[in-house]
Design a protein around this ligand. Sequence first.
Ligand code: GDP
Ligand code: GDP
Length: 436
Amino acid sequence: MRKSVVAIVGKPNVGKSTIFNRLAGERISIVEDIPGVTRDRIYTGTEWLNTKFNVIDTGGIEIGDEPLLVQMRQQAEIAIDEADVIIFMVNGKEGITAADEEVSRMLFKSNKPVVLAVNKIDNPEMREKIYEYYSLGFGEPFPISGTHGLGLGDLLDEVIKHFPEREVEDIDEDIIRFSLIGRPNVGKSSLVNAILGEERVIVSDIAGTTRDAIDTPFKREDNEFIIIDTAGMRKRGKVYEKTEKYSVLRALRAIERSDVVLVVLDAESGIIEQDKKIAGYAHEAGKAVVVVVNKWDTVEKDDKTMAKFEEKVRGEFQFLDYAPIIFLSALTKKRTHTLLPRILEASENHSKRVQTNILNDVIMDSLALNPTPSIKGRKLKILYATQVAVKPPTFVVFVNEPELMHFSYKRFLENRLREAFGFEGTPIKIYARQRK
Ligand code: GDP
Ligand code: GDP
């Protein structure tokens, strides 16, 4: 089921990111500390009363050097386009300003539900300040305090009341959902066309589960696929579509709904910082990943070019060491036919389950090969292991003391599992847990 999306809008300094960070909670801080992966804190998952939803901090989407008012207008437009419910935030300490009125005029024109949050109401005596905000015309104002975490419950109760009713979507587990992510102009749309050009499209351009996503299902031999649209594929001509943060937002939303993510690079222009960031999102989401080096036709080649480029990709994207790399050209179609088999393979590995007894044989063999380390005279003892989840494959290893399981030993076990079971294209997770 698609999660509802909530966007927070309001002029700068009302406390949007403070609330956003509260909603993001631990999620942001537990993100692995991988070199080269920086987190743009504009989009996060959260949960209230067993309802999971996503939150966008539109304040985090800078739109070039535009004047403040233009930025605010565009952020409100993004909220209207992307969200199911909008939290309109104002600063209860300063009263209604012209900028608040400007935002409220925009929100009025949309027919999205708007919940008004009056922030910085830090103590009960300040509550009487909220009444003036009725005049904004969004009904009851909800007093909150971002810094003290007050009032959030009532606010969220109201927000989730406005979530659209969802039909239970038939998620057919056999259909492989994939998306293409990458900075603008790497060739995502061209690749989609190249892929679909070769395939029988079952139904084209049916509206996806979101208003603005186009999911295209198609079939190859016995396998069904769905391409999930990203920003590059549907250009609506809005100003904000060209901003980096917005394309990041679209990429995050596409990744979330995918089984396999194709990280598309451009051989002609090489690898830049933005590519690494985007690839980092795919990795963090725990999805299967295939790296696609597009525009291979533009490169002057000898027999070492591919190996050299591959080495460069491996060096820059160390966190994606499990991802296969494909060199192709959407333009000439060279090797585009190799893409779907790799997607299929990555997807199968992503949902692979291994038998417990075979898993434990592999673990015990590994222990014989590389005995567990001792730290300050305490030796790590591994008792047994079990797979607890798929997508991605997740293993729990029961040990005497979890602190003794160091990164390097975990890494060793991961490599052994990869050798034994062939998890190409998927991350795998290993947790050490104390046996009770
Ligand atoms: P944004 O620009 O809307 O994202 O606002 P920020 O979240 O960056 O907050 C702007 C300033 O307001 C920061 O200095 C926050 O510490 C402060 N702030 C946020 N929430 C509250 C609150 O509930 N009470 C008070 N007194 N200050 C707050
Ligand atoms: P997107 O923004 O990532 O969707 O990129 P597009 O698919 O719109 O492609 C951007 C530009 O790169 C267009 O001019 C394409 O014709 C060109 N392009 C895409 N794929 C290839 C390729 O494999 N080789 C060459 N030479 N050009 C390509």
